[in-house]
Design a protein around this ligand. Sequence first.
Ligand code: AMP
Length: 456
Amino acid sequence: MSAFQDLGLRAELVRAVSEQGYTTPTPVQTAAIPPVLEGRDLMAAAQTGTGKTAGFTLPLLQRLVETPVDGPRRVRALVLVPTRELAAQVAESVRVYGAHLPLRCALVFGGVGLNPQIAELKRAPEILVATPGRLLDLAARRAVDLSRIEVLVLDEADRMLDMGFIHDIRKVLALLPKRRQNLLFSATFADEIRNLAEGLLDRPVQVEVARRNATADTVAQRFVEVDAGRKPELLIHLLEENGWDPVLVFTRTKHGANRLAQKLVKAGVEAEAIHGNKSQNARTRALEGFKDGRVRVLVATDIAARGLDIDGLPQVVNFELPNVPEDYVHRIGRTGRAGATGSALSLVSADERKLVRGIERVLKRQLPLERLDGFVPTGRPAPVEDDRPPRGARPPQGRGRGAPSGNRDPRGGQGNRQGQGRSAQGSSARASSASAGGTGAPRRRRRRGGAGRAAA
Ligand code: AMP
């Protein structure tokens, strides 16, 4: 008997899971699946990479097939997620795990035309995966009826709150029937999440999987002090010296991501930037290039990276430190997964030393700062140029409800509602030339296995 069957899952689901090559449930799956099958509410502290998506998708699918309803088909389960990438990934999981069940899933998120989504909703899906803003738009147009939802999942609830979706979430909740099952997943349980949970969950089963706070043993962490203006040069040097491939590089802002990707390409490194200002197609292209090995360096902002299924990387670089220490934990959690060793290197300019202190507080340990020959900091501030978008590339200001506006938003100004934050700005830095291996020859990597599903 398979370990998934032991959790009470039906044969069709066990089959779908084994077709994915999964033999053993992850801890969050073991803890979450049985109570969700029983119809209990759930409050789970689990990050991306823990297997949480299957943790709610599998029992959700089972509940729907096992409690057939009379009357016309209708939306019975709603999964709310913060980003379009995550929406696409969850919908893909529903499709994969539900492959042998007669249930339909629709996906709605902003940034693309409404009409195809309205058409999809007309096909009466039982499961709807949505970002909050677009869902409200569709509900306002009466394209979707949420009044008979039986199960609600809030996935990455902490990130939805970070992105300013709380009002949208409350508006969505008001459209749902009172009696329903609620599942809440969040990486952290800050007070704000607890407040939300209190009004939402009825005697929830609480599940906490060991934070993939891989920081403990599996991720080697280094912090290198360097002048802000020399960071690109140092990164290129490190890429050359260490041969990192692939590597996920984090910047704080969208403009910073674009600029860095362009610099890398100029230096002969295949690089792409990925962030919320890009069209869905551009993001999907960049991600696919990264997964199949054409793109060596993916430069991402926190929020753009958050929804991506690109965990398990060998190397992560923090080109800039995040303002929020918890984001550091998320970032480095992208590496060193499933027992594999990973490595995270952070470039720390003088003005970021205080951020290192914050990270130390969260990790509850001291983080030594290194200096590298040839890059010892002089204390010179970053060139002014380094903090602004290129001329003609300024984003429209103040779009999006509740969105921090302005290019100096420390979180990258990505609070705009999903899909409303498109702009023509920031064409991707497509690489055409050789990598920085110093060989002059373009390098193509093997297709990486296990880097996850495509985003869309
Ligand atoms: P998630 O945390 O839901 O984003 O899942 C992270 C990754 O783990 C995804 O690529 C899943 O396909 C994969 N995964 C989920 N459950 C299992 C499992 N039981 N065994 C191995 N991999 C899994």
